[in-house]
Design a protein around this ligand. Structure first.
Ligand SMILES: [Zn+2]
Length: 384
């Protein structure tokens, strides 16, 4: 789904094309086909030039971000280009707020620059002024037939103005939303600034969906949907981080199980031990009683033969922590190490385990879980 191809380095920034670009030639052919007439090559040429222009405008926008980041001493990992947009991957934040604002503003500013170049060139054309009047009032009729140069310059002007203004909307994850978050971070703190930018993202995105329906514009619908879902994801991520910060590590700590699973045990014995616990992951020990790694219930039930040793089916990797650790920080370490969990020590003695599975349950807000909590024995349930 996220496959993309490297097309080269542009000004030293690795640039990739997303696989969905394969759909562009298909879309051009579909748009240029007319029943009874066949493929209209003039249309193929027209749509190919338009998509190439769009591609260049988006690339210039992303280069604006990436090159400004480099100038601020921050690494731009890569640029990914999609048929209707792009993204510059800048993994680390710059030191100062004004640098962050500058990096995010540089994309729209690059589009402003293209528009500023196109404007006098268009005005210089005989029909240029009519084109501009036409763009300023889309419900008017174009009274002259513009030349190809006038059309291309007109599109350059209009698309770049739309790209600059659209991206400056204060809605996360657009550039404007990121600028707003950077500006608010100082006074509100990281978390609240993110909440403001993402809630605005959801509201503005919903407004744009409404507008796109009125204008019956599928491209705007898609972009608006993207804004809403990206904002919702980021809002949820913030909520999850907050949950983890608020939860004490001991609340998800599982004590060492009374019966140990050994790497030399058969799968059948390990399954019996799993049947005595609700844990989905159990620690695995060596014959010298040293902790060696973790085994997952699912794996043993799905792919392991009864008489096979557990040794073939467990992951001999884990990280360690202490009971004083922050749960958010520990979870981030577990995820970064890509392991099932962490062994937690208290004063040098093994105190228990934190498993990703248990952390996920803590973060699960699905309606089913809510219902389960509602029906739990501690709260009165209807009919009880
Ligand atoms: Zn941008």
């Amino acid at each position: 789904m996220f496959r993309s191809w490297r097309i080269g380095r542009i000004f030293g920034v690795p640039t990739e094309l997303h696989w969905s670009f394969l759909l562009v030639p298909v879309a051009i052919l579909v748009y240029s086909y007319e029943t009874g007439v066949g493929l209209r090559w003039s249309q193929v040429r027209w749509w190919s030039s338009i998509t190439t222009l769009l591609f260049v405008f988006v690339l210039v926008h992303e280069l604006g971000h990436a090159l400004t980041a480099k100038a601020c001493g921050v690494r731009a990992e890569k640029i990914i280009l999609f048929p209707l947009g792009g993204g510059a991957l800048i993994p680390t934040e710059p030191e100062r707020v004004w640098q962050e604002v500058l990096i995010y503003a540089a994309g729209p500013l690059a589009n402003v620059l293209l528009a500023v170049i196109a404007l006098p060139l268009l005005l210089w054309q005989p029909g240029g002024w009519y084109m501009i009047q036409f763009y300023l009032n889309p419900f008017s009729n174009l009274i002259v037939a513009p030349t190809l140069t006038e059309q291309l310059l007109g599109i350059t002007l209009a698309v770049n103005v739309v790209l600059a203004v659209g991206n400056l909307l204060p809605a996360y994850p657009l550039d404007g939303g990121r600028i707003l978050r950077a500006l608010l971070k100082h006074s509100l703190g990281d978390r609240r600034a993110t909440v403001v930018a993402t809630v605005l993202g959801i509201l503005i995105g919903l407004g744009l969906i409404g507008l796109s329906i009125r204008l019956s514009d599928p491209v705007l619908s898609l972009s608006a949907l993207f804004i809403v879902s990206f904002s919702a994801l980021e809002l949820n991520r913030g909520w999850q981080r907050r949950q983890l910060q608020r939860t004490a590590l001991k609340d998800v700590l599982r004590p060492p199980p009374p019966d140990r699973v050994y790497a030399s045990d058969t799968v059948a014995r390990a399954r019996v031990l799993f049947s005595r616990t609700d844990a989905r992951v159990l620690p695995v020990y060596t014959n010298w009683n040293e902790l060696s790694g973790f085994v997952e219930r699912e794996v043993l039930h799905r792919e392991a033969g009864r008489e096979e040793p557990v040794r073939l089916h467990y992951e001999a990797e884990y990280i360690t922590g202490t009971v004083e650790d922050d749960l958010l920080e520990l979870t981030e370490r577990i995820v970064a190490a890509d392991v099932y969990g962490a062994a937690i020590y208290r004063g040098g003695v093994l105190d228990g385990f934190v498993f990703t599975e248990d952390v996920i349950v803590l973060l699960d807000r699905s309606p089913r879980r809510f219902y389960k909590r509602f029906r739990s024995p501690t709260s009165p349930s209807p009919g009880a």
